[in-house]
Design a protein around this ligand. Structure first.
Ligand code: HEC
Ligand code: HEC
Length: 297
């Protein structure tokens, strides 16, 4: 809140309270005569009295005003003034989070002591992990981790960066950034067309190795995607000799990938999630693709 708005609120609130007090006391007529005075208004023969407000009513009103002032001194309300109790909703929330974390700390410590393969078979741990996954990863990889356009499926054996525990941990903790250069200008319209056709054939296992496109592939693409299209986990270059696609396998999508390039971003999580949670998630992702263990809670 800027100083201006802070002052604005303080001045407005003070004026309102002063006005209310003034209104209250200026209307508190004291009649000594004991006679009922009237306002002079008459409706259907009923006269409107102009008696002073009942004293219990005035007292209630005074109590509410005193309460309001007390409240504004103790709690935040007057612009930026934090209140003498220094209460804040953020503080309250932080307190609750701290308590919850304290309660689960021991649990996470026990997870930390287990290696990934053991942890992956621990049903209780994996149920906890599934919740962490739902909160942090599902937005991109899907609730069942099966991925979608641009977001890799984590439940299959097809890995961009590798499915061993240390590779998975690295992906989660440090993030990944796959960069596929754009080849439009290098290949030209016809070249782009035939290269796309070549990859479509390659993914179906019927590529012609002696075609000009295959030659070009060996020159331009093999360094990252491998001579046979087997991919390269060091670069995060996907396998191109299977029918699993990150960005779609129809000719149009393949052309788009090659022509314009791609840049998938997996955000780093080491500053968002504790080491324990990353450990747990590593085990979770690890077991997702295991047909034997694959408990998929
Ligand atoms: C903002 C979207 C986003 C979020 C959130 C996200 N990811 Fe990813 N993740 C990606 C993308 C995109 C890639 C592929 C990166 C690439 O194309 O190079 C990826 C890649 C990965 C990989 C590597 C897959 C492989 O085939 O090697 C793993 C493992 C992974 N993510 C796990 C997770 C986990 C666990 C979480 C939750 C902590 C998570 N991701 C959260 C977008 C996301
Ligand atoms: C510098 C390394 C590099 C080179 C060279 C390279 N690529 Fe890629 N390519 C990648 C990476 C990394 C990705 C994944 C991008 C991502 O994760 O977003 C990719 C993705 C692709 C995809 C999308 C795959 C999918 O599953 O949707 C296609 C198609 C592709 N490349 C074809 C080619 C072709 C054809 C060439 C040669 C003309 C080529 N690439 C050269 C690194 C490279």
């Amino acid at each position: 809140m800027s100083n201006f708005w802070s002052m604005w609120i303080i001045v407005l609130t003070t004026i309102t309270i002063v006005l209310i007090v003034w209104l209250l006391f200026s209307n508190r007529k004291i009649t000594k005569s004991g006679e009922n005075q009237t306002t002079g208004h008459v409706y259907d023969g009923i006269e409107e009295y102009d008696n002073p407000l009942p004293s219990w009513w005035i007292k209630m009103f005074v109590i509410t005003i005193v309460f309001a002032i007390g409240y504004l001194i103790a709690y935040p309300g007057m612009g930026k003034f934090p209140g003498l109790l220094h209460w804040s909703s953020v503080g309250k929330w932080e307190n609750e989070v701290q308590q919850a974390e304290h309660a689960t700390e021991a649990l996470y410590k026990s997870f930390m002591d287990k290696d990934i393969t053991t942890l992956a078979t621990d049903g209780k741990a994996m149920r906890t992990a599934k919740r962490i996954f739902a909160n942090n990863c599902a937005i991109c990889h899907g609730v069942n981790a099966e991925g979608s356009y641009g977001f890799p499926n984590l439940t299959d054996q097809d890995w961009l960066y590798g499915g061993e525990p240390e590779q998975i941990r690295h992906s989660i903790s440090q993030g990944r950034n796959g960069t596929m250069p754009a080849w439009e200008s290098m290949l030209g319209t016809d070249g782009l067309e035939s290269m796309s056709q070549h990859l479509s054939d390659l993914s179906k296992g019927k590529a012609d190795d002696s075609s000009p496109a295959a030659n070009q592939y060996a020159m331009l693409c093999a360094a990252c995607h491998g001579p046979d299209g087997g991919g390269n986990q060091m670069m995060g270059a996907p396998k191109l000799n299977d029918n699993i696609w990150l960005y779609g396998g129809d000719l149009g999508a393949i052309k788009q990938s090659i022509g314009k390039g791609r840049s998938g971003q997996m955000p780093a999580h080491h500053d968002k999630l504790s080491e324990e949670k990353i450990h747990l998630l590593t085990a979770y992702v690890y077991q997702l693709s295991m047909p034997v263990v694959g408990s998929k809670h």
